[in-house]
Design a protein around this ligand. Structure first.
Ligand code: FES
Length: 195
């Protein structure tokens, strides 16, 4: 009850911020409905993970750079990496898991050759991203967190790419595209699929 009163009794901007924040977190949680990952971590991938661990284990505050290195290399941070990371960095497995799952950037499931992220935040929504989402899903034949049958593209939602002035925006691998419409996204998808 006390928390309830405090929640509602703050000044209006703070209250508005809290509401936006909780809606945002709730929406991310909903989007995290993940499709079962059938990919098994290979011995080659485990070796690459070990190499990244060796390169980062003596770096002060090396956990985040290490996780980035693994994801940049494999496309995601597999659960099989948690134990060797925790041993090398003297952390618990729960701490490693906590960091990986706290940052929305890190993926815990394998992805296709390319990752297409669609911005679902306010500015993009106001500029028609919901229709764009439907167009993209229909063009690819997949839903969020799924990969196309040819293994080329994994579709992922994201919340603000910092490109609000050019909404709606998408991120294809490392490249941001703004003012995206059906024609533009179909051309991008075609380019990726024929590469
Ligand atoms: S809201 Fe989509 S880029 Fe900021």
């Amino acid at each position: 009850m006390l928390y309830f009163k405090r929640f509602f009794s703050f000044n209006k901007p703070v209250f508005r911020y809290r509401i936006t924040f909780y809606l945002h977190i709730g929406r991310i949680a909903l989007d995290e409905t993940v499709i079962a990952d059938t990919h098994q971590v290979t011995s080659g991938e485990l070796k690459r993970i070990d190499a990244h661990i060796v390169a980062h284990k003596n770096v002060l505050g090396g956990l985040l750079p290490l996780l980035h290195a693994i994801q940049d290399d494999l496309g995601y941070v597999p659960e099989a990496a948690y134990t060797p990371i925790s041993k090398a960095l003297a952390l618990s497995v729960a701490e490693v898991h906590g960091v990986v799952t706290f940052y929305h950037h890190f993926r815990t499931h394998s992805v296709g050759e390319h990752v297409l992220q669609i911005c679902r935040a306010e500015s993009c929504q106001a500029m028609g991203s919901e229709q764009l989402e439907m167009d993209i899903k229909s063009a690819l034949g997949v839903d969020y967190h799924q990969t196309t049958a040819d293994g080329k593209i994994t579709l992922v939602p994201v919340y603000c790419l910092g490109n609000c002035a050019c909404s709606p925006a998408v991120l294809l691998d490392d490249d941001v595209y703004g003012r995206v419409d059906k024609k533009k996204i179909e051309a991008l998808i075609h380019e990726v699929r024929s590469s």
